[in-house]
Write a protein that binds this ligand. Structure first.
Ligand SMILES: [Zn+2]
Length: 359
């Protein structure tokens, strides 16, 4: 890929307005990272914490704060793409009060190598590969700048297990994923596996990944903007010898795969489609009086995961072929599956997907 990437095909009038808006924003919000040093880590702004929740474990949903990126803001033509690469756990001790419960989250490790150090090492190798294509790169620590607005956000992590032979990489979008986040996941998935030769940990995606704190703009100030396409990549397991042979011994292969996944997304996205940046909104549902069937796929003949009793609370995050994909928290389990649209009724309850207590 030799051609520098940039945005095109935007109407000139919108462009001029956007340039003015960007200039004003730049003056109002001095968040420009130092781009002269390749190793500079984006220093997040101090933020005022919202009112403390009544209990630290189950905070209520706060009233959403005004989102400066509520309307998609395509970049002006000729403006370089800007991407945020987050080194998971990096300086997690500096997380703001609203994320104090994650301050001690140091991630996995192998011997003296911490996950945060590995994540940062890979990112510093990805950065020049993207800059060579004209892309501006923000290296972000655990603390994400308020409503971080960019052409994409990638959270980088590596897994670890106390015992067992778990290995491989996995990817997740936020619970409610925009078309742009889904496309980003697809391009990263297509690039990362072949570049590293590592296997995919299919089925290993956790609620913690989909509910990653930095995706949760509804709950946290230190999170991405609603319209920033985002995914989290668990690059592999530091506790797996097979994965370490690539993650630690051949980090440039890892970096190449990540850079290619990002560049493919930036090439394939449709800059004219602002709607692709918007995450879908669904009402909280409750099963009808006759209950509902939770299935493994959006089809009437798909495997039955559970029979849900009447008035079971359902949190939809996708809609396909007349089926909602929902998160269900019953007294026995937490499950994801598909429920037919006509087996659930709409409520006006506030959504509350599970959020990680460690990451
Ligand atoms: Zn991690």
């Amino acid at each position: 890929m030799s051609k520098p990437l940039n945005n095109r095909h935007l109407p000139a009038r919108i462009t001029i307005s956007l340039v003015l808006l960007l200039l004003i924003s730049a003056l109002l919000f001095d968040q420009t990272p130092n781009q002269t040093s390749p190793t500079t880590v984006y220093a997040a702004k101090e933020v005022t914490a919202p009112p403390a929740p009544p209990t630290p474990t189950e905070p209520p949903m706060p009233t959403p704060t005004p989102d400066p990126a509520a309307t998609p803001t395509p970049r002006a033509p000729g403006t370089a793409f800007r991407v945020g690469l987050q080194a998971g756990h990096l300086r997690s001790n500096e997380l703001p009060e609203e994320l104090a419960h994650l301050r001690s989250s140091s991630g996995s490790h192998w011997g003296n190598l911490s996950e945060a150090a590995l994540n940062l090492d890979i990112i510093t190798r990805v950065k020049p590969l993207l800059e060579a294509q004209g892309v501006v790169v923000d290296i972000l620590p655990a603390t994400v700048p308020t409503s971080y607005d960019a052409d994409l956000f990638l959270a980088l992590h590596a897994d670890g297990v106390a015992s067992g032979s778990a290995h491989g990489w996995k990817l997740a979008t936020p619970w409610r994923a925009s078309a742009a986040s889904k496309l980003f996941l697809a391009t990263m998935s297509a690039a990362y596996g072949p570049a590293t030769g590592l296997t995919e940990d299919a089925g290993g995606v956790t609620f913690n990944m989909k509910g990653y704190y930095a995706f949760n703009f509804r709950r946290y100030i230190s999170a991405i903007a609603r319209t920033t396409p985002a995914i989290i990549l668990e690059m592999g397991f530091l506790t797996s010898a097979t994965d370490r042979a690539v993650l630690i011994n051949q980090p440039d292969r890892v970096a190449r795969g990540i850079a290619d996944g990002i560049l493919a997304y930036l090439q394939q996205r449709n800059p004219a489609d602002g709607g692709a940046l918007l995450p879908p909104e669904y009402p909280v549902l409750r099963t009808a009086a006759q209950g509902a069937t939770l299935r493994a796929a959006p089809r009437d003949n798909a495997r039955v995961l559970a029979q849900l009793s009447a008035d079971t609370r359902l949190m939809p995050f996708d809609l396909q072929d007349g089926y909602y994909q929902v998160f269900v928290h019953t007294s026995k389990s937490r499950t994801v599956g598909w429920v037919r649209e006509d087996e659930a009724g709409v409520t006006d309850e506030q959504p509350d997907f599970p959020t990680p207590v460690s990451q």
